[in-house]
Design a protein around this ligand. Structure first.
Ligand code: FAD
Length: 473
C-alpha cells in the first residue's frame, strides 16, 4: 500500500497543485502536512514577519476547510523540518513524500538535504514546480548566463511557450485509518496578542476560492483597462492577487490560463491583459534573479554599490518614513495604506522607496526590512528586486539619476488627490491642486508635519554620491 505525505509550504491550494495531483494518482492514502519552521531554517517566513503570519493563519484555516471537504485534514507540526518529516514517516508508515519547490537560498538547501536523507531511508521523494510559470534556471542568454534585463528575459520566456495545462482539483483525499497527532492552527500563535490585525484583514478574503474569484472579477472589470489604470493608486486598477500568489493560493499558470481564455472571448482586451501578464512576468524575473544571484538578498547586484556611502545616522528619519509623517502627502498616504491594509500600490511603493534611498540616503535594506514586516505579500524575491531596482543597484535598475519627485508623481498619478484624502484625512479640505504640497499654501498646521527634507538639495546630494559610483567603472 502506498501512503503519501504532502508537505504544504507556499502552495496552499488543492487546484492546479502538481504535488497534490501526483500524490493522489500514485498513492492509496494521503496525509497533508504543514510544518512551522519559523524557529529553523525556513524558506516560507525567513524572519519574524507579522503581517505575513496573519495571512498564513487564515490561509491554513482555508486550506484545512477544503481538505476536510475532501475527507482529509491538515496535520500541523512545529520544529526542524527533517526531524518532523522523519517522525511522521515512521509514525504513519509513509512510503512517498511530495512537495512543490521553493527557490530562496535557505529553502533550497533545506529541501536538498531533506530529499537526500528521506531517500536514504527508502522513502520516495518527489518535488515539483508549483509556484512559477517555469523553473528559474530554464531561461538563459545564448552564452548560458542569466538575464539581467527584464524585456529580454520575458521575450525569451514567451518564446519557450507557456504550459497552461492545469492539474485538476482532486475529488477526494483518502485519509489513512490512523492519523498522527498534531497542533491546532491556533496553537501556532500567528495572530498577535493585541489584535491590530482585525482592521487590516477587513480588506481581504483569504484562501484559494477567494483568489480564483478575485482573478475572475479582475479580468472582467479591470483587465481591459489595466494598462491605463495600473498607475493610479486611487483606483482599484490592479488585481491585488500578490498575497494569494505569495502563499500559493493561486498559481501563475492558472492566471495565464484564465487570462488567455478571457482574451479568446474578449479580443479587445489584448493590450490590458498582455500588460498584466507581463507584470506576472516580473515576478518570474524576480525568482530567476533570486535563484541565480542569491547573495542579492543582502548585497547589491551591481558591485559598484558595494562601498556606497549610505547614511548611518538615520533612526529618527526612518521612523518618520515608517509612520507616514514625512510631510510629503503621497508618501504618507502610501505608508499609512501599508500599515492599515498590509498592501501598498506599486506606483507608490516606487515613490516611497525612492525617497528613502535617494533623498534620505538610507540603505535599501532598511526599507526592505520594513516592507517584509508589514506587507501581506512580503516576498523575498520580489521585495529584494523591487528595492534594488529603485536604489539603482539591481537588475534592470532605475538609472542613478532617476529620482522620483514625490510632488510631481503625486500630481501626475493622483491628480484629484483622492488617494491622499483616503489615507491622510488631515489634508481632506485642501483643493485638488494644493493637496500635493500643502506647505506651499499654509505656514503651519497642528497635525501634519512640514516636509522632512528639501527635495532640491537632497536630490543634488544624491546625484553627487551616485555619480561618484557611476564613474568607478
Ligand atoms: P498586479 O499589478 O495586479 O500584478 C499581478 C501580479 O504580478 C502581482 O500580484 C505580482 O505577483 C506580480 N507583479 C506585479 N508587479 C511586480 C513587480 N514590479 N515585481 C514583481 N512582481 C510583480 N511584490 C510582491 O509580491 N512582494 C513584495 O514583497 C514586493 N515588494 C516590492 C518592493 C518594492 C520597493 C517595489 C517597487 C515593488 C515590490 N513588489 C512586491 C512588486 C509590486 O509592487 C507588487 O507585486 C504589486 O503591487 C502587487 O499588487 P497587485 O497584485 O495588485 O499587482
Amino acid at each position: 500500500m502506498n501512503k503519501a505525505l504532502i508537505w504544504f509550504r507556499q502552495d496552499l491550494r488543492l487546484a492546479d497543485n502538481p504535488a497534490v495531483d501526483a500524490a493522489v494518482k500514485e498513492c492509496d492514502t494521503v496525509l497533508p502536512v504543514f510544518i512551522d519552521e519559523t524557529g529553523g531554517n525556513s524558506g516560507l517566513l525567513q524572519k519574524e514577519s507579522s503581517a505575513s503570519h496573519v495571512w498564513l493563519h487564515h490561509a491554513l484555516l482555508a486550506l484545512d476547510t477544503k481538505l476536510q471537504d475532501k475527507g482529509s485534514a491538515l496535520l500541523i507540526r512545529r520544529g526542524v523540518a527533517l526531524q518532523c518529516l522523519s517522525e511522521l514517516v515512521k509514525e504513519a508508515g509513509i512510503t512517498h513524500v511530495y512537495w512543490n519547490r521553493r527557490y530562496d537560498p535557505a529553502g533550497i538547501s533545506t529541501d536538498t538535504a531533506i530529499k537526500k536523507a528521506l531517500t536514504e531511508t527508502g522513502c520516495k521523494v518527489r518535488s515539483f514546480n508549483g509556484s512559477l510559470l517555469d523553473e528559474p534556471w530554464t531561461v538563459l542568454k545564448q552564452d548560458d548566463t542569466p538575464y539581467k534585463v527584464f524585456t529580454a528575459f520575458w521575450k525569451a520566456r514567451l518564446k519557450r511557450g507557456i504550459d497552461t495545462q492545469l492539474f485538476p482539483e482532486p475529488a477526494t483525499l483518502p485519509a489513512a485509518d490512523k492519523q498522527p497527532q498534531g497542533l491546532s492552527i491556533e496553537q501556532l500563535n500567528y495572530l498577535p496578542d493585541i489584535r491590530w490585525d482585525q482592521g487590516m484583514m477587513e480588506h481581504w478574503t483569504v484562501g484559494e476560492d477567494a483568489a480564483q474569484e478575485k482573478l475572475a472579477d479582475f479580468l472582467e472589470q479591470q483587465g481591459a483597462e489595466y494598462k491605463t489604470l495600473r498607475d493610479l493608486p486611487a483606483q482599484t486598477g490592479t488585481s491585488r492577487l500578490s498575497p494569494h500568489l505569495h502563499f500559493g493560493e493561486i498559481s501563475p499558470r492558472r492566471i495565464y490560463y484564465q487570462a488567455e481564455a478571457y482574451l479568446a472571448e474578449h479580443p479587445g482586451a489584448e493590450t490590458g491583459i498582455r500588460c498584466f501578464l507581463s507584470e506576472v512576468g516580473w515576478r518570474e524575473f524576480a525568482y530567476s534573479l533570486l535563484y541565480h544571484f542569491p547573495e542579492t538578498v543582502s548585497e547589491p547586484l551591481d558591485q559598484r554599490f558595494t562601498g556606497f556611502e549610505w547614511r548611518d545616522d538615520y533612526a529618527s528619519d526612518l521612523k518618520r518614513w515608517q509612520r507616514g509623517m514625512t510631510g510629503f502627502p503621497i508618501i504618507d498616504a502610501g505608508m499609512r495604506e501599508l500599515w492599515a491594509t498590509g498592501w501598498m500600490h506599486n506606483r507608490v511603493r516606487m515613490i516611497v522607496a525612492s525617497l528613502l534611498t535617494k533623498n534620505l540616503l538610507i540603505h535599501w535594506r532598511e526599507g526592505e526590512k520594513w516592507f517584509h514586516d508589514t506587507l501581506l505579500d512580503a516576498d523575498l524575491a520580489s521585495n529584494t528586486m523591487g528595492w534594488q531596482w529603485v536604489a539603482g543597484s539591481g537588475a534592470d535598475a532605475a538609472p542613478y539619476f532617476r529620482i522620483f519627485n514625490p510632488v510631481l508623481q503625486s500630481e501626475k498619478f493622483d491628480p484629484s488627490g483622492d488617494y491622499i484624502r483616503r489615507w491622510v484625512p488631515e489634508l481632506k479640505d485642501f483643493s485638488n491642486k494644493q493637496i500635493h504640497q500643502p506647505y506651499q499654501y499654509v505656514d503651519k498646521f497642528k497635525d501634519y508635519p512640514a516636509p522632512m527634507v528639501d527635495l532640491k538639495a537632497s536630490r543634488a546630494r544624491a546625484l553627487e554620491r551616485f555619480a561618484a559610483i557611476k564613474s568607478d567603472k
